[in-house]
Design a binder for this molecule. Structure first.
Ligand code: COA
Length: 339
């Protein structure tokens, strides 16, 4: 089996910033309420000509540039998203065309906010099994397009963004150590966009505009999240054979700072070892983990040999956690250059 790891990570966020103060002007809410319940201060909003595919393409181009990898060397593109440009075709095909990855297969993964964790686990399995050498995994969402802007309990939480990683072979002992995926469909109705597909197609009786927006039972999702975030991270760490003291960086899904703090506590990791950027972006769904990882790397928070735990959760309900031993890239690159 090939050792698989993250060769490079990058991100893109739209320029437009929507602050809590801006929301105060549109909604019966306050900066104080949003900050104290969620930690969020502002979020990004895609411009009219931006879509999940376009922002995902920018993140993908940036990661290939960082990895110094020509687009024609990519074997597979997996896009995790819950806000595709359209039901058909897959966003990944638009990204494939956008970056000119002429030798790549492409498909999407839709498992809401845990999408990136699932896509990453899947992408890794293609490399470890030898079915692909280089896999591009992208998490991208334009959540502001599926908000009901009159639902103050939900619309203040989300924002737009994209993140991407390039997966490939790394030196022995590095890369993916363990992964843990889970789901509980009994909670399916707690996070749902009901309209526009098979159950409530266009033209259905009683279909309203709200049916095309995200409907959330915030309290139930909160209850689920605090439990599952910590538990899945603990389970993945155990599979990887590491303890909480061994963890150098914890990158949880950036949904809410209170959920993040409780997950860190459950995992036994102090907040200095947790990367948090939810205050700047809100919940960017599938982009949240790669966006946080990318900023963590840019900030010099990840070193060779660090044990990094990533964990996502969201609609489904579903969750996923992965543990990496960071690095091992240069050794393989030297070997490839010499060959
Ligand atoms: C949404 C969330 C922040 C709400 O926090 P909460 O403490 O549970 O708040 P409640 O829903 O109990 O609402 C408390 C009050 O605040 C009000 N409220 C809700 N949103 C508000 C807002 N944006 N501004 C001001 N007041 C608001 C409610 O109407 C309610 O008022 P009431 O008591 O008069 O009815 C919290 O439940 C949460 O973070 N859930 C998880 C959501 C999530 O992460 N989803 C994505 C998963 S991937």
């Amino acid at each position: 089996m090939t050792n698989v790891g993250i060769l490079a990570v990058s991100h893109y966020v739209p320029e437009k910033i929507l602050t809590n103060k801006d929301l105060e002007k549109k909604l019966d809410t306050s900066d104080e309420w949003i900050r104290s319940r969620t930690g969020i201060e502002e979020r990004r909003v895609a411009s009219d000509d931006e879509t999940t595919a376009s922002i995902g393409t920018v993140a993908a181009s940036r990661v290939l540039e960082k990895a110094n990898c020509p687009a024609d060397q990519v074997d597979l593109i997996i896009v995790a998203t819950m806000t595709p440009d359209s039901v058909l075709p897959a966003v990944s095909c638009r990204v494939q065309a956008g970056i000119g990855a002429k030798n790549a297969g492409a498909f999407d993964v839709n498992i809401a906010c845990s999408g990136f964790a699932y896509a990453l686990a899947l992408g890794c399995s293609y490399v470890t099994s030898g079915m692909a050498n280089k896999v591009l995994v992208i998490g991208a969402d334009v959540m502001t397009r599926v908000m009901d802007w009159s639902d103050r309990g939900t619309c203040v939480l989300f924002g737009d963004g994209a993140g991407a990683v390039l997966l490939g072979e790394v030196a022995e002992g590095y890369g993916l150590l363990a992964q843990e995926l889970g789901s509980d469909g009994r909670g399916a109705e707690h996070l749902v966009i009901p309209g526009g597909a098979g159950a409530k197609p266009m033209g259905s009786k009683h279909l309203t505009d709200k049916d095309f927006t995200l409907q959330m039972n915030g309290r139930e999702v909160f209850r689920f999240a605090v439990q599952v975030m910590g538990n899945s991270a603990v389970a993945a760490a155990k599979k990887a054979g590491i303890t909480s003291e061994d963890i150098d960086l914890f990158i949880p899904h950036q949904a809410n700072s209170r959920i993040i703090e409780s997950a860190a506590k459950r995992l036994g990791v102090p907040m200095e070892k947790v990367f948090v950027n939810v205050h700047n972006y809100g919940n960017t769904s599938c982009a949240s983990i790669p966006l946080a990882l990318s900023e963590a790397v840019e900030a010099g928070r990840v070193k060779e040999g660090d044990k990094v735990v990533l964990v996502g959760f969201g609609g489904g309900l579903a969750w996923g956690a992965l543990v990496f031993n960071w690095g091992g890239v240069s050794e393989i690159r030297k070997k490839a250059d010499a060959a």
